[in-house]
Design a protein around this ligand. Structure first.
Ligand code: ZN
Length: 491
């Protein structure tokens, strides 16, 4: 009898686990309908509904779903393209030297009449915001990275090598600057309509040697300094997560300790570009839904995109690329690894300048030795620059790294995720292709050149530039049409 009870209990546990498990998996992967009633009860008990009053309120403050693009330029012809493309929001960085210089204890430097002296770059940033505002576009502005402000108060070592705790001077300077930003940028007609508090701080290059706890403290001190002013002005503040890895979900869980001090949480996701594991656009749904379940806050997608070039090269293509580009001295990976110092010199001479990638490789060569420098150049995150091609497997099923593949990707993702009730904003990365990769400095390196919706030709005098000299890529039309469908549904 006892045995029978144990067997029955085990059977019940398995049925329950299957019921909950399958339902959770379906929820996360975007299938809305529960499979059977017991799972439906689990949903009622354990999961938040797909929307709540805070979402409706947030959308009404934002003026509907924010449909945006990152880093556009302020030329009039680009403005026409933004408007024609149904783009209502732009997302830009607040420059790091802002908004004013601080003295030796972290307080603002004042002029003779006791007024804060704003820096030139901050004034230029405000001009940019004013231009967009006057032309009917809303602005999401991103506050600086911790290393920018640590550097300014002479404490960059904390970012490079870690440390026990932030100094009072640093915390006071962050607090004073953020408080000023909130007041200055939300006054009157508002130069900024939404803030993102720093960017992707769990990505190693932005996190540096800071612990996740210190990252959260840095975020919280900015939020506390800004939230009340922003709330009164009707300007939401939030933060974004990025980088698929251990810290990615731990970060928003920890940030929930400060949930009263921010309004939204955002995801940045580049599937099939910087990783080769998640092969389906369905993971956008999965990640957005997870973030919603963790935070119970309005959710935004603040960066996403798909590189329109750089399909992986096979072994034969890689071998000929090394030979054609670097010559016989460095025509194999073994030769490059064995002579990494001279290789970096040679590569730099071909590029014509020291790039941040080569600078970092040299730093490792000097401080940690040749093996560390070679490991860096050949690491999965950097090797795309060497071959001007993404590593094998770095692509989503159904979507090639071509201009057509990029367009199909945007249609697929935007049409689907825009139906998630809790989603309040979408920002494509980015507005235009770049001429050269900002990490390696090479022209035509797909890593940081092929993200755009448009391609702006070089060498044409400004007076001859207009919206027809800018080439609209297929992705421009895909995003414009998808945004148009969202706007039609909102009316
Ligand atoms: Zn590159």
């Amino acid at each position: 009898m006892k045995k029978l009870v144990i067997i029955l209990c085990k059977a019940l546990a398995i049925i329950l686990l299957l019921g909950f498990g399958v339902h959770w998996a379906l929820q996360i992967l975007g299938k809305q309908n529960p499979v059977w009633s017991i799972a439906d009860k689990a949903y009622q008990s354990f999961f938040h509904k797909t929307s709540n009053p805070s979402v409706s309120e947030f959308k009404s403050i934002m003026g509907g779903m924010a449909l945006g693009v990152c880093h556009p330029y302020t030329d009039p012809y680009n403005l026409s393209l933004l408007k024609e493309g149904n783009i209502g929001w732009i997302r830009i960085d607040i420059p790091s030297e802002v908004p004013f210089q601080v003295d030796s204890v972290g307080n603002p430097v004042l002029d003779e009449e006791g007024r804060i002296i704003e820096t030139g770059r901050y004034r230029a940033f405000k001009e940019k915001c004013r231009f967009f505002r006057e032309n009917g576009l809303k602005v999401m502005a991103i506050t600086p990275y911790p290393d920018d402000w640590l550097d300014e108060v002479g404490e960059i070592e904390m970012f490079r090598n870690g440390g026990e705790a932030f100094s009072d001077k640093f915390l006071r300077s962050v607090e004073a600057r953020c408080s000023y930003l909130a007041t200055d940028l939300t006054a009157g007609d508002k130069l900024v309509n939404c803030f993102q508090i720093s960017n992707e701080l769990t990505v190693p290059k932005w996190q540096g040697a800071l612990t996740l706890e210190q990252i959260c403290q840095y975020q919280h001190i900015q939020m506390k300094a800004m939230h009340e002013t922003c709330r009164c002005a009707g300007v939401p503040i939030g933060y974004n997560i990025a980088c698929v890895g251990a810290g990615m979900l731990d970060y928003p869980v920890r940030m929930q300790d400060f949930k009263d001090d921010f309004d939204y949480v955002a995801l940045d996701l580049y599937l099939g570009c910087f990783e080769g594991i998640m092969k389906s656009t369905r993971y956008f749904d999965a990640m957005l839904r997870s973030l919603w379940q963790i935070s119970h806050k309005p959710i935004m997608l603040n960066e996403f995109g798909y590189i329109s070039a750089g399909n992986p090269k096979d072994e034969h293509e890689r071998a000929s690329y090394l030979m054609d580009t670097f010559g016989e001295t460095f025509n194999t990976e073994e030769k490059i690894k064995a002579n990494i110092g001279p290789f970096l010199d040679h590569w730099e001479s071909l590029i014509g300048k020291e790039s941040s990638l080569i600078r970092e490789a040299r730093r490792r060569l000097q401080t940690e030795g040749p093996e560390s420098a070679a490991d860096y150049v050949f690491s999965s995150s950097e090797i795309s620059h060497l071959y001007k091609a993404l590593p094998e497997g770095y692509r989503l099923r159904k979507f090639d790294h071509t201009e057509e593949g990029q367009a199909a990707f945007y249609t697929d993702v935007i049409d689907r995720i825009s139906r998630l009730d809790f989603l309040c904003g979408i920002f494509c990365y980015c507005y235009s292709d770049s001429d050269s990769c900002y990490q390696c400095g090479q022209k035509g390196c797909p890593v940081e050149t092929g993200w755009g919706l448009v391609s702006i030709p070089k060498g044409i005098p400004d007076t001859e530039m207009n919206e027809n000299t800018v080439r609209r890529k297929p992705s421009y039309y895909a995003v414009s049409d998808a945004y148009g469908r969202i706007l039609a549904r909102q009316q």
